[in-house]
Design a binder for this molecule. Structure first.
Ligand code: FES
Ligand code: FE2
Length: 397
């Protein structure tokens, strides 16, 4: 299987160039241009990077009530996100077992069933096929030899963490708890597992999305390094300077990023947002920003958390979804904190907008035949190389 996989990849891209990303930082080159430009490569990446790992496809608070359903197109693969009768988020392949019709085309509220619009086969919220009208001829709803249970919907492994909906399409990944353990350890100095339950999606100023003309990987690469701060984010750099940042590199290589020692809470007059209850006083000015591989960028602060997750649309087009969270209902919803929410949202939206020019510029740069995948600063670029190495390993294993 491995050599077959490598054959397929080697038809598109020089494998030595992919292997080079696994070298030590002085020897390494980054992933080659084909990994950002080639349509065939994009399909391979979908299988090996997106289907083989836990990835983010949405947030559970966007389907808040039982029966809320939302289609999601994962790089051409139709999925359906649904809140079932037990309040559990489920993700199914959004395709009817009969003639392959798409089941749900747009966001909606379902009553009791997922009914196919073509011949009305219906599935309950567990994905079981429960009604097949006229399947045995006019007014005969059962048929000899037709076993309904063989036609249930195909469900995807799903786990909710910090409101994020993670899925593993190929069901081949170790369980989610194990996968997220390194990041929970990294953040155990700030929050406990219990504290995770306190986050609430902001009632207003809580979401935006934008489309960038860039490969999804460039957003991740840009996010995990602080090197660009002085030039791309001059405002941010004034309050949280490059020198106040440190690298974050997971030993298990599931995430990389940066932390700051200079976070200061947003305020409105003398009002401040609620804080995580177990966050130590001496770490109030610490905040951390990590790219959790492959497709979500996270930021944690004493008084808010955000997730910026990526929906790859093609090799050079990505939709970025930003989700803002606060600690407890008051901070997330009450009018008292509205001004702070507004200010905080505008701040992050501005920062994320400032990155668009460089993400898109790097994409354009990858059309140059002389670009060799990149050389790295041995000091400033270690988090970026960790991500390249992770992608290269996923492609070649
Ligand atoms: S395709 Fe869905 S019922 Fe026929
Ligand atoms: Fe940035």
């Amino acid at each position: 299987m491995k050599s077959q996989n490598l054959d397929e990849l080697s038809r598109i891209v020089d494998l030595n160039k992919i292997e080079s990303a696994k070298n030590s930082i002085n020897e390494a080159n980054g992933l080659p241009n084909e990994c950002y430009l080639n349509d065939e490569y994009f399909k391979i990446e979908k299988e090996r990077v997106f289907f083989n790992n836990w990835i983010v496809v949405g947030v559970s608070s966007s389907v808040p009530e039982i029966g809320d359903a939302k289609p999601f197109d994962l790089m051409g693969t139709p999925l359906l996100i649904l809140r079932d009768k037990n309040n559990k988020i489920r993700v199914f392949h959004n395709v009817c077992s009969h003639r392959g019709m798409i089941l749900v085309n747009e966001e909606c509220k379902l009553k009791n069933t997922i009914r196919c619009p073509y011949h009305s086969w219906s599935y309950n919220f567990n994905g079981e096929l429960i009604a097949t009208p006229h399947v045995g001829g006019m007014n005969i709803h059962e048929a000899d030899g037709f076993i309904k249970s063989k036609s249930n919907l195909k469900e995807v492994s799903t786990h909710i963490w910090m409101d994020l909906i993670f899925i593993n399409i190929n069901k081949n990944k170790k369980n989610f708890e194990e996968s997220i353990y390194p990041l929970e350890q990294q953040w155990s100095k700030f929050i406990s597992k219990e504290d995770q339950k306190l986050i609430r999606h902001a009632k207003d100023f809580g979401y935006f999305n934008m489309e960038v003309q860039s490969n999804w990987k460039l957003a991740i690469e840009n996010y995990c390094e602080s090197y660009h701060l002085p030039w791309v984010h001059p405002e941010l750099n004034r309050v949280s300077n490059l020198k106040d940042h440190y690298h974050i590199e997971d030993l298990a290589e599931t995430f990389s990023g940066q932390g700051s020692n200079k976070y200061s809470q947003q305020f409105d007059g003398n009002k401040k947002l609620s804080t995580f209850p177990n966050w130590p006083n001496d770490l109030y000015q610490n905040s951390e920003y990590v790219s959790l591989f492959p497709n979500v960028m996270l930021g944690i602060h004493v008084d808010h958390f955000y997730a910026f997750w990526l929906e790859p649309l093609s090799n050079n087009n990505t939709r970025e979804h930003f989700e803002m969270y606060y600690v407890g209902d008051e901070s997330a919803s009450s009018d008292e904190y509205k001004e702070i929410r507004k200010k905080n949202f505008a701040f992050w939206q501005e920062v994320m907008n400032e990155d668009v020019g460089v993400i898109e510029g790097m994409q354009k740069g990858r059309n140059s035949p002389v670009y060799n995948g990149g050389n790295f600063s041995p000091v400033m670029d270690t988090p970026t190389l960790m991500f390249h190495k992770w992608v290269a390993t996923n492609l070649t294993k």
